[in-house]
Every structure is written in C-alpha cells, then in structure tokens.
Design a protein around this ligand. Structure first.
Ligand code: ADP
Length: 151
C-alpha cells in the first residue's frame, strides 16, 4: 500500500495545494494531508479551522484524510507507515529549500522518499503568505482559494 503524506501549514489552503493533491491522487493508495504544528510559529487561522477547510475541500475523496502532528515530519511518516512525502515546487527558491529538506528526510525517515510536483503555471504565483496579506489588507482572496470554502 502506497501511503503518502502531504505536510504543510495550510494557513490557509490554496488552489495551489488542492491542485498538488489532485495530481498526486493517481500515484498513491492513500494521501494524508498533515498539518505540522510548530508551537514557536504564529498562525493566522486556528488548527481546527485549517483542518475543517481541508476536510471540506476533499470531502468525498476516499483516498484523502486530514491529520496534524508535532515534531519531525519524518518521524510522523515512519510512525504511520507512510513511505512518501509530497511537496510542491513553484520556483528555484522552493527547489533550493526542498532539496536539502528531502535529503535530510531520506536519512532521518529511513529511506522516506519525497515526490515533487512542479506547480502548474496558473498556480505558481499563489502562496498562503500572499493570501494572508490580502486578508489582512481586507482584499478579496477568493481567486486563490478552492471554491468549496469561504474564508
Ligand atoms: P510549509 O509551511 O511547509 O511551506 P505550506 O502550507 O506553505 O507549508 O505548503 C505546503 C506545500 O505546498 C509545500 O510543498 C509548498 O511548496 C506547496 N505549495 C504551496 N503553494 C503552492 C502552489 N501554489 N503550487 C504548488 N505547490 C504549492
């Protein structure tokens, strides 16, 4: 059984995240979208709110479940028997960062493999950071957010 974890903050989920999961679905038997909880980090939305939105977007998608974890992503994957991580790449900055993390995760996570999806061009400008800035500036973030949810 091919189990993959898509880790992230999802603060909030964007169309970019949704597209990555949708494209990864045919490759895996199960995808766990897992919110990494870092007590040092300030989030705009609560963990409960972010979990609810993820569940709503993937409602009816039997292969997808939503979870959260504390500590190292690699340890979480080992604990739940997931052999694969899913990450998205938008640009060279993402690549530089993700390359090192994936090499570390391969060691720490005992041969844990990261599968990368290159962002579709229509989503490569979208980030949760940009969405949070729009929200804070009282702009309309709906073009960047999956249709299933309203912030
Ligand atoms: P993190 O805090 O771990 O970066 P995010 O929630 O920001 O968590 O992102 C989770 C994953 O989704 C990362 O691999 C990120 O590169 C990817 N991602 C975010 N936005 C997009 C997008 N627009 N297109 C493709 N991948 C994306």
């Amino acid at each position: 059984m091919k189990i993959a974890v898509f880790p992230g903050s999802f603060d909030p989920i964007t169309k970019g995240h949704k597209d990555i999961v949708t494209r990864a679905l045919p490759l895996f038997d199960k995808i766990i979208i897992a919110i990494g909880v870092n007590n040092q980090k300030q989030y705009l939305y609560t963990l409960d709110q972010r979990v609810q939105w993820l569940k709503k977007v993937f409602e009816g998608e039997e292969k997808v479940t939503v979870d959260h974890f504390e500590g190292l992503t690699a340890h979480y994957c080992n604990r739940i028997n997931a052999g694969y991580l899913i990450r998205g790449l938008r640009n060279a900055a993402d690549f530089d960062y993700e390359k090192t993390i994936s090499q570390l995760n391969n060691i720490v996570g005992h041969d844990l493999e990261t599968v990368f999806f290159i962002s579709r061009p229509q989503y490569s400008h979208i980030s949760s950071t940009i969405v949070r800035e729009i929200i804070k500036g009282e702009g309309d973030a709906s073009p960047f957010i999956p249709q299933e949810i309203t912030l």
